[in-house]
Ligand binder design. Sequence first.
Ligand code: ASP
Ligand code: MG
Length: 408
Amino acid sequence: MGVVVLKFGGTSVGNVERIKNTANRILDEKKMGNQVVVVVSAMGKTTDQLVTLAKELSSYPNKREMDMLLSTGEQVTISLLSMALAEKGHSAISFTGWQAGILTESVHSNARIIDIDQKRIINQLAEGNIVIVAGFQGVSTDGEITTLGRGGSDTTAVALAAALEAEKCVIYTDVTGVYTSDPRFIPQARKLEAISYDEMLELSNLGAGVLHSRAVEFAKNYQIPLEVCSSLERVAGTVIEEEVTVEKSLVVRGVAFEGDITRITIFGLKNSFQNLSSVFTTLANNNINVDIIIQNQTDGEDAYLSFSIKNDDLHDTSKILEDYQETLGFDHFEYEAGLAKVSIIGSGMISNPGVAAKMFSTLAEQNIMIKMVSTSEIKVSTVIEEQQMIKAVESLHTAFGLDLVAMK
Ligand code: ASP
Ligand code: MG
């Protein structure tokens, strides 16, 4: 008898009817003779609503209290789902993150899981119970409730699958799988039968909302077979695995996009040799996630430095740069908000030159100005104006042949 971990997102538990449907799905798995661990998100848009409530009281709510607040969403779902299963005659037990033994680092709002003490779950499974765990939360080494970052329930599920040496981990969500782009905004997006961990990692990191990127990282590190499928429709989903053999001909497998990006430019950075490291160490120590970095240093001149951050981090970043301006040794800084990042991803890029060139010419044809560029072996990202984001994604989707992917 194997352990399976099933994760249900907010839509799948959005109301009482859906919770009952989810209970049926879980029982199907249980009846196949498996030991079932379930991870759930908060109901529907609960987390967003809690964020809104907090922002009505405070523009910059305290991060500890924010975690205390947001972790309540999942706690509602686990208890209700457990009741729904009991009503159908099956014994289930709900656990918060700490009860499930999920230990995280001592960081609020974006903590990483550092260890899982799975004893309590294993004991409950051995007694025949379905174990339901609150996603997105854990407890820090100093006993505080932490959260894993928005979308973090996926990571709870995969981390548990690794700790329990599960046979599989299925992420049930409101889309039928991983698409070539986000189908909610890009109507011509197509479902992929399979995608590699690396490609999925890039897609998730680049803002494809379907899976939390740390979940993919975990899955890759522990070689957990991951499947993304719909909780509402019974159709084949997308398998995420090491090597993908289908649709080999696609050089680009996805176009990802993400809005709410700000570019910061620092002018007159003296002696960039040392100061570059000081700037980013200072930002990192303050938990500011920096994305694309561009530095230009000509001999004998002061350097200028641009980097992108999320709009939400603008306040903190500006404050840090003001406070440290003298120490870091630069003239002044400027920022431009309202930007977006649009990226193309595909393992096929490694062996096919000219992919970036084609991306740039496609955007040029649409009169889209590129403000920043960054590349890795399997992706090219551009920063553009947010207003042009959807147009950019659609034209790239067409240019790289993704409109024509056959769907099963
Ligand atoms: N409820 C949290 C969120 O909305 C975590 C999750 O759903 O994965 O971000
Ligand atoms: Mg999600």
